[in-house]
Design a protein around this ligand. Structure first.
Ligand code: GCB
Length: 638
């Protein structure tokens, strides 16, 4: 039956600037070891009914230590890994006396998966649904100043048909009675917990709540404009301020001021500069990822400085048409990965060592892009991508979407609203991915994705929209709502397993068919083969390192023919690194399609891919080869 979907409003995110210190702001981390309790699976709301948040958790239940940020699943030696439902965290912290004076205090979570309920000193402060996205609340009037405070968090990992992503909870008999089981169709482990940092930060009473930045380039990229728009929170009357002004200063990498303006009673404006250094992707320019610093000062009419917030800004333009995607007027060919935030022990928890290692590997291999498959990645990694010139296809957490409903549509739109609000100022973000492998053959997918795509466009017209599609092009009903077509396909793996002679032509045929159907640029957003590091077999055989290399090489051949057609704009290997999945007989310790192992060491195919990515960089953008790209073999004289 056809579903009638209505385009209802979704809540608008406010504030949520990344917490940064300045002369008017202080930031304090609450990361560390918290106390942890798991609820009884059969009684997930008991803690709420018994008001565990009104006293230390240890007074209600025995607690265990739990690191924050981290997923809780792989920390203990018991079956916490497969727990379904609610868990509780708490810790104590001091707030200095000095914070009580004439300022406001905010509590901010980088992400809690999937749903979070937060109390401070027994008072409810915020509730948030959908993992991988930040949320915050003002706690000025709840804190004890110059004294100890308690924060309590209840986190629920349950996924049902109206969460994003979707899952199913069933009760099934086991050897001792009944048990609750979480299932989902997506192919990564449903890690849960306080995944990213928890911060307390201060702002003045009247403060810069939001900054939105867009940029333009002209005169052959030498003249730049930075448009800023600020929202202010706080009552001007309280402060005896009649008029607010914004003083905006732009500094280059060396710290020299290159532009400044002061708005006259307005909260938006434009900074103009000449001799611009545009933001370029890695290997497309000798100085990629060039960032300026934008300093926003909020001034009262009497010139009194109320608040200062600084953020990095990259000047670049994006444009696209029926066959190309261009950055600063130059066509882009994406060469990258689908990835996961995933590692041993900490699961999806933010880990700076892992993040820096991953960027070192991305640059070593010559990639210029990745997709945040299949959810928003940490804000810290987005800042890193800005700095290193890595282009991001920024994906919301909708994966394997099916059973379309009005409620699901609302949550899906909300996940995009929160994502765009969070990431709109990042020069690295060049495209929004509104879903991975949605079931778009169904009748209801057409109107559902029309609404999702139009909503996304209404929030940001400066970036194109894609989705990674896996249904056959003959059945797809979403492509006409997108700007760029991305498709996932596993030739010689899920289809025609082992048949290396059935890859190249199939890839050419399918990409061509997508292009013909929609007349839009096409990306192959996933291809690959599970590979057990150290397993060698010749002739190549599934799961061996030789097989992964061969699968890649057959795809490269197809991509090179497709590139000549003009509308094929990118290749993304699945996956950057091996990652954990739910247990299944097709997964040996997880998904092994990584080019790197889970501990971030290269498989043989990494070296092959590196040669290709740098060869493409040289062919298309005249980049230099690294000295160690080719191993010395012989000095052939004739
Ligand atoms: C896909 C999915 C990805 C899986 C991959 C696989 O199409 O988008 O999440 O991990 O296939 O390896 O099966």
């Amino acid at each position: 039956m056809a579903l009638i979907l209505v385009n209802k409003e979704v809540p608008q995110t406010r504030g949520m600037l990344y917490p940064r210190e300045s002369e008017t702001r202080e930031v304090r981390s609450l990361d560390g070891i918290w106390n942890f309790v798991r609820s009884d699976q059969a009684n997930p709301t008991q803690g709420v009914r018994d008001e565990w948040y009104t006293k230390d958790l240890s007074q209600s239940r025995p607690t265990i230590p739990m690191p924050v940020p981290a997923s809780y699943n792989d920390i203990t030696t018991d079956n916490l890994r497969d727990h379904v439902g609610t868990v509780w965290y708490d810790r104590k912290f001091f707030v200095p006396r000095s914070w009580s004076k004439n300022q406001r205090i905010w509590l901010r979570f980088g992400s809690v998966h999937y749903e979070a309920f937060v109390w401070i000193n027994g008072q409810k402060v915020v509730k948030h649904e959908i993992g991988h996205l930040p949320f915050e609340a003002e706690v000025t009037d709840i804190l004890n100043y110059g004294a100890e405070n308690r924060i309590t968090v209840m986190c629920d990992n349950a996924l049902i048909q109206t969460t994003v992503p979707q899952g199913k909870i069933t009760e099934v008999p086991n050897d001792n009675g009944m048990t609750i089981i979480q299932s989902y169709t997506f192919d990564f482990f449903n890690y849960a917990g306080i995944h990213r940092s928890v911060h307390l930060y201060t702002t003045p009473r009247t403060f810069i709540e939001e900054v939105e930045v867009t940029t333009a380039l002209s005169e052959n990229n030498s003249v730049g404009e930075v448009f800023y728009s600020v929202s202010v929170n706080g009552s001007a009357a309280n402060e005896a301020i009649n008029v607010l002004n914004i003083q905006a200063n732009l500094y280059d990498k060396e710290g020299a001021k290159v532009a400044n303006t002061t708005s006259d009673g307005k909260l938006d404006g434009c900074l103009k500069l000449t001799g611009v250094k545009p933001w370029w992707p890695y290997l497309m320019h000798p100085e990629p990822g060039y960032l300026y610093e934008l300093e926003i000062k909020l001034l009262a009419a009497n010139e009194e400085l109320l608040d200062v917030y600084r953020l990095k800004v990259g000047l670049r333009t994006l444009s696209w048409n029926k066959s190309q995607f261009l950055i600063n007027g130059k066509p882009v060919y994406f060469r990258g990965f689908g990835r996961h935030e995933d590692s041993d022990i900490r699961g999806k928890g933010l880990d700076n060592a892992l993040m820096v290692r991953d960027f070192n590997l991305l640059k070593w291999i010559g990639a210029n892009a990745y997709r945040t498959s299949h959810y928003p990645y940490s804000e810290e990694s987005m800042q890193f991508a800005d700095q290193h010139g890595i282009m991001i296809i920024d994906e919301c957490p909708s994966v394997d979407t099916e059973n379309y409903s009005q409620e699901l549509l609302g949550k899906h739109k909300s996940s995009l609203e929160q994502l765009i609000h969070r990431d709109r100022n990042h020069p690295s973000v060049v495209m929004w991915s509104i879903a991975n492998e949605p079931r778009t053959a169904s009748m209801n997918a057409d109107s559902y994705f029309e609404l999702v795509a139009n909503f996304t466009r209404s929030l940001d017209k400066t970036r194109p929209i894609t989705a990674a599609i896996a249904v056959p092009y003959t059945q797809d009903k979403s492509g006409r709502h997108l700007d760029i077509i991305s498709f996932n396909r596993y030739n010689a793996w899920y289809s025609n397993t082992g048949r290396l002679d059935m890859v190249t032509q199939n890839v050419i045929d399918e990409a061509t068919a997508w292009n013909k159907q929609y007349n839009k640029p096409v990306i192959m957003s996933e291809y690959g083969a599970d590979t057990l590091e150290g397993l060698h077999m010749t002739p190549a055989y599934v799961w061996s390192e030789e097989f992964q290399e061969e699968v890649f090489a057959r795809h490269f051949k197809a991509f090179d023919q497709l590139r000549k057609k003009g509308w094929f704009i990118g290749e993304f290997v699945w996956n950057f690194a091996d990652f954990k999945t739910a247990q299944s007989y097709t997964r040996v310790g997880g998904n092994k399609k990584g080019v790197f192992t889970r501990s971030r060491q290269p498989k043989a195919a990494a070296h092959l891919l590196r040669k290709r990515y740098f060869a493409l960089g040289r062919d298309l953008d005249q980049c230099q080869f690294p000295e160690d790209l080719f191993t010395y073999i012989a000095d052939l004289i004739s």
